[in-house]
Design a protein around this ligand. Structure first.
Ligand code: SF4
Length: 422
């Protein structure tokens, strides 16, 4: 009933949408097992605590090859998850250990701050130590239809960010690292468990940005399969569950693939991630929702104080295509940035990921330092972003995407605020 109402949504009649999100849809409807269940069944052959980080990465490379073979065989129907034995230690444990090591010289994202976040004596750009805070979690009914469906996207909002966009549309949490409560990995797993048991179509890790919480998220995923939530953890997390009064009842049938707790994991990120973070997430995320904002390094440096943006983010997008992942690219139309950003990003997608699903978003509004009504308004730096995009700018963005032959209409038009269509 729950699965059939999701698959019955008309968006899935679009063959391109379906093809691009085939794996995600199969996991969401419990026809296939999530990647984390496969990773749990990939054995590793290395001493986790004793080995050097270099040695762990060597083992990760080997285990990833085994994972990809198993993933391929499960996708094609050649094997079934229950033909694979749960391993101890497994690729999941290796991912956990690697993120713990990375935390001591943080290279989760491309700032590559190299600070020891366990010690916490020095802070990196995100200003975080090792603890992760969640500001809220709930059934998100505002995401793309393929993610929100009819039960919502199980969205978990983490605090702080590694980019410094002066116009941030989520600044209450991205610029305030204290705006939330601490979630241990077990508590985070409990939140994911609850959202899925309430019928959410996916677990959507977002912020701020989730990358800066990589260690907490990866460890939480390692608990999902066997999770037996405690009352204490449930009582703690419920404090920030934004929709608990309206949420549907818990039902394990929503999350069941052959008796295993199953849910697709969604990485909703600015994509300013390190190569190492990408490698770890490849074996855990079933679907990706990357942002691609700026068409050049210069605009990103001025408006988001983020160096090498285009180089890093385009490289990570290209990896998704190379790896055969399921994803939807988000691009936010910004006023006065149609030529330097929108068109460049769209052209890049055409050249490198011509079949990708794209959401060209028209909801930009001036916020934070770009908002003339805000006392912190910085006209010199963000004056070009101090208004909404015009109708002409939105139409021109759509026209250009159409001219390029991009696959943007089904996702974009279903959701765009302005109701502008070509
Ligand atoms: S997550 Fe990124 S910004 Fe934060 S400390 Fe690590 S490398 Fe620096």
């Amino acid at each position: 009933m729950f699965n059939s109402s999701f698959t019955a949504l008309s968006i899935w009649n679009d063959s391109q949408v379906r093809e691009n999100l085939l794996w995600y849809l199969a996991v969401s409807t419990n026809e296939k097992p999530a990647k984390y269940l496969i990773a749990r069944r990939i054995p590793i052959n290395v001493e986790l605590k004793e080995s050097s980080e270099e040695k762990l990465w060597e083992e990760h490379e080997k285990a990833t090859l085994l994972f990809l073979k198993a993933w391929h065989d499960i996708k094609s129907g050649k094997i079934d998850i229950n033909e694979l034995k749960s391993a101890d230690p497994s690729l999941i444990d290796l991912n956990v250990e690697l993120t713990k090591r990375m935390l001591t010289h943080c290279n989760f994202c491309s700032w590559n701050c190299r600070v020891n976040r366990l010690e916490g004596k020095k802070r990196g750009v995100c200003q975080l130590e090792h603890a992760s805070k969640v500001s809220s979690f709930f059934h998100h009914l505002g995401e793309e239809i393929v993610f929100r469906g009819n039960q919502g996207s199980g969205t978990i909002f983490f605090t702080s960010c590694n980019m410094k966009c002066g116009f941030c549309q989520n600044s209450d949490i991205s610029k305030d690292k204290e705006r939330g409560i601490t979630f241990t990995p077990k508590k985070l797993a409990t939140a994911a468990w609850l959202l899925r048991m309430e019928g959410c179509h996916n677990i959507n890790f977002v912020g701020g940005d989730p990358t800066i919480h990589l260690h907490t998220i990866v460890e939480s995923i390692s608990y999902l399969e066997q999770l037996d939530p405690t009352d204490e953890d449930l009582q703690h997390i419920i404090k920030v569950k934004a929709d608990y009064l309206f949420a549907p009842r818990v039902n394990s049938a929503f999350a069941n693939h052959q008796g295993l707790l199953n849910v697709p994991l969604l990485w909703n990120s600015n994509f300013y991630m390190s190569d190492q973070a990408m490698k770890i997430l490849r074996t855990l995320m079933d679907v990706w929702l990357p942002d691609f904002k700026f068409g050049n390094n210069r605009c990103a440096l001025r408006l988001a104080r983020t160096p090498r943006y285009f180089d890093v983010v385009s490289k990570n997008h290209a990896l998704l295509g190379k790896w055969g992942e399921n994803f939807v690219i988000r691009h936010l139309i910004m006023p006065n940035h149609i030529e330097c950003c929108t068109k460049v990003v769209l052209k890049w997608i055409k050249v490198h990921l011509p079949h990708a699903l794209v959401n060209i978003m028209d909801q930009y509004h001036p916020d934070c330092f770009a908002d003339p009504n805000n006392s912190q308004f910085d006209e010199k730096r963000y004056g070009d972003l101090a208004r909404r995009p015009t109708k002409y700018e939105i139409v021109e963005s759509f026209r250009y995407a159409n001219e390029l032959g991009l696959n943007f209409e089904p996702i974009t038009y279903e959701k765009n605020m302005s109701d502008i269509r070509l």
